[in-house]
Design a binder for this molecule. Structure first.
Ligand code: ADP
Length: 688
């Protein structure tokens, strides 16, 4: 280990417990909660195995009055729930780490979709975030009940083996609703001054402490940020609250701003952007502080600790991207660290699909159900079979890396272009998306280290080349490209006037390669809804074009809302002087103008010198089709199998292309690796 990093491996006492080092996986959602206990346990345990000294599960509602359905939470409503979660505590302990349980009450923001319980709030006010029905203003009996539920849940958590019990106060949930003068208008001693608004939280901390404080560390999460912290309260008032609570707290877990800011994407937030705020909290506490910041640089982590800004390096996303980061630092294997891209595809996977995934770490969430380990690879059955992977995009790179790690001794990864990376070659050069290039960078380092894998660039293979190559297994990973032919979602007819070879109709790849439309005004037509439309628009605006994005969606880039960056992205696009027209379809393009229909089918038109079509991608599966159409030729060439992965199968978000490449390499010894093996599932307890 580099001696400069030794400070990261010092133990830290928190109340009656001691963390073995300063690496702390803060609570974060996974989609597993208490409903997939084995998946949960395996997902968290891998982080403990990789060296994280503290590992927490996600938000854990104390009762069915805070039910998050359709989202998945780690409910601790009764002993059955607690038993399900005890598996996680046990597995985390088996690697020497402490386990944390983030007890929680959503108050007015709870969905209560399953329980149908009335939502609870300090005051009956219409909520900005929950529609249709209002919450109930809590009575004294409601307050006493919630506090009792919290204490009972804390006891259950302790008995289930958790070392760290939270009294979660951040992110706009029940305690925040009491603390904020925006949502709390009470006059009964639980509203008014800062101390009175904080009273529910302080009393609950006290009650939990007296119940289990001798056995467990008491943690709390609180938001500090003068710009957008606790709604309506300034940072000085937050610090006043921290001082009032400090005797009751063993560990301060800080969040900064709203969730989209706290889990800010790499587009808008560099590593360590929360530092100034954690420094402020230092002024008010003598207890250990954990702060996040998408830290992946051990030098910066050590500097943060030395500066006194925090005692623990908190991580959610970086711990997902590389569960073994602490061990790699301890062993001086810094070039092995899989750095988080800050794309928030983990959040998209977890929120939209209730099962977390990661673009950098294809094994995230697959530890139990597929038995995948991020650092352990079983040796292949016949590792001397020669494998040719055609195309070094995310899917091809990942496949070659995993084949190499499984001991294959003759893997050739052949790429047509001079540089590996596939679509990332240009994506990483779009404004603000540089950190996405970490997907390529980590794989480039790995490929260089694997003796069995050779990377050949600048060679575009034809089907004849592949037949002649001498490979026994061929993996086609040729990706996809953006269509320029005017095919668009939801319409039979193509866009009239679109087509290849026109100077005034371009695809995103052509723009990324430096081609520009004639004139000064350009329309970017986006029916895709994610990052490519805004990215291309920003690229052209930076070049001095007058840019309008026309989108079929009601907002620009709705997918970016799933990655928490929609609002910031739209503000950024606006700041760069790009106009946006929503809810419009383009049906025809001429030199100098476009025409189409609006959401009511009324015609519209606009003048422009050129159009970029971000309409739809098409798989490049020609090589696969050609090779598999001639079995006799494959037999003559000694090719036993041809597989296709990634966007060449179907264009998908980046995490799925990486997953596809990883999966094939893991399962290549199965009788039919072309289809994913059925994964293990968990069943509800049928004995109760
Ligand atoms: P994916 O996300 O599925 O990995 P990409 O489109 O990002 O797909 O990458 C595909 C890669 O395959 C690109 O780098 C492209 O240059 C390369 N490629 C496409 N056809 C060939 C070919 N015939 N020979 C070698 N490389 C190819």
């Amino acid at each position: 280990m580099d001696p400069r990093h030794a400070i990261l491996f010092e133990p830290v006492a928190i109340g009656p417990k001691t963390l073995p080092n300063r690496f702390y996986q803060v609570p974060h959602a996974s989609g597993f909660g208490s409903v997939k206990p084995r998946t949960q346990a395996a997902f968290r345990a891998i982080k403990a195995e990789g060296g994280w000294g503290g590992v927490c599960v996600e938000y854990a509602p104390v009762s069915d009055e805070s039910d998050e359905v359709p989202y998945v939470a780690a409910n601790v409503w009764d002993d059955g729930d607690a038993r399900a979660l005890s598996l996680t505590a046990e597995k985390v302990h088996s690697h020497g780490a402490l386990a944390g349980l983030e007890l929680y009450h959503g108050g007015a923001s709870s969905l209560n979709g399953a329980s149908r319980a009335v939502r609870l709030a300090p005051s009956q006010l219409a909520s900005e975030i929950r529609f249709a029905s209002l919450a109930k203003e809590m009575t004294a009996a409601d307050i006493a009940r919630v506090q009792r539920q919290w204490v009972e849940a804390a006891r259950r958590g302790r008995d289930a083996g958790f070392d760290i019990i939270y009294v979660y106060g951040a992110h706009g949930y029940l305690f925040t609703q009491f603390i904020s003068p925006v949502t709390n208008r009470r006059t009964d001693g639980y509203g008014g001054s800062v101390a009175d608004r904080g009273r529910l939280w302080l009393e609950t901390l006290e009650a939990v402490r007296s119940a289990i404080g001798g056995d467990c560390a008491i943690a709390t999460r609180i938001c500090v940020d003068g710009r957008d912290g606790l709604p309506g309260i300034e940072v000085e008032e937050t610090l006043e609250l921290v001082k009032l609570a400090d005797d009751l707290v063993d560990l301060w877990d800080l969040t900064v701003g709203s969730w989209p800011e706290d889990s800010g994407t790499s587009r808008f937030y560099p590593e360590g952007s929360q530092r100034p705020w954690s420094h402020r909290v230092r002024e008010a506490t003598t207890k250990p502080v954990v702060a996040v910041g998408r830290y992946s640089s051990p030098d910066l982590m050590a500097e943060v600790i030395r500066s006194g800004a925090a005692d623990l390096i908190g991580a959610a996303r970086q711990a997902i991207a590389d569960p073994f980061l602490p061990r790699k630092i301890a062993e001086g294997r810094l070039d092995e660290i899989r750095e988080c891209t800050g794309s928030n595809l983990c959040i998209l996977r977890e929120e939209a699909f209730n099962h977390i995934g990661c673009v950098q770490n294809a094994t995230a969430g697959e530890e139990f159900r597929r038995g995948w380990h991020p650092e352990v690879f079983t040796r292949a059955a016949q590792p001397d079979r020669a494998v040719l992977v055609v195309g070094a995009g995310p899917a091809g790179m990942e496949c070659a890396v995993v084949l190499g790690k499984r001991g294959f001794s003759a893997v050739h990864l052949v790429e047509a272009e001079a540089e590996i990376g596939g679509r990332l070659r240009w994506t990483r050069r779009l404004p603000t998306l540089g950190d996405w290039g970490r997907i390529t960078d980590w794989r480039a380092v790995q490929l260089g280290k694997l003796p069995g894998v050779e990377v050949i660039t600048g060679r575009r293979l034809s089907a004849a080349d592949i037949l002649d190559y001498g490979a026994e297994i061929v993996v086609i990973a040729t990706g996809s490209s953006w269509r320029g032919d005017g095919v668009q979602p939801g319409r039979v007819e193509r866009i009239a006037g679109a087509g290849a070879g026109l100077a005034h109709v371009l695809t995103p790849e052509q723009v990324a390669a430096g081609q520009r439309p004639p004139g000064r005004s350009v329309i970017v037509y986006d029916t895709d809804g994610y990052y490519v439309g805004p990215g291309v628009a920003e690229l052209l605006a930076a070049d001095g074009f007058s840019v309008t994005v026309v989108t079929t969606f009601p907002v620009l880039s709705p997918v970016s809302d799933e990655t928490l960056e929609g609002e910031m992205l739209r503000a950024d696009v606006h700041r760069r002087g790009i106009s946006v027209r929503r809810g419009l379809t383009i049906t025809g393009i001429e030199a100098g103008s476009v025409r189409g229909v609006d959401e009511y089918d009324e015609p519209w038109s606009a003048e422009c010198d050129g159009v970029v079509l971000v309409t739809q991608q098409a798989s490049d599966n020609r090589l696969y089709a050609e090779l598999t159409s001639d079995q006799a030729a494959l037999d003559r060439a000694g090719i036993r199998a041809v597989y296709v992965i990634g966007d060449a199968v179907a264009p998908r978000i980046l995490s799925e292309a990486v997953f596809d490449g990883h999966r094939l390499a893991r399962e290549i010894d199965l009788p039919d690796p072309s289809q994913p093996a059925l994964y293990r599932r968990e069943y509800p307890d049928l004995t109760s």
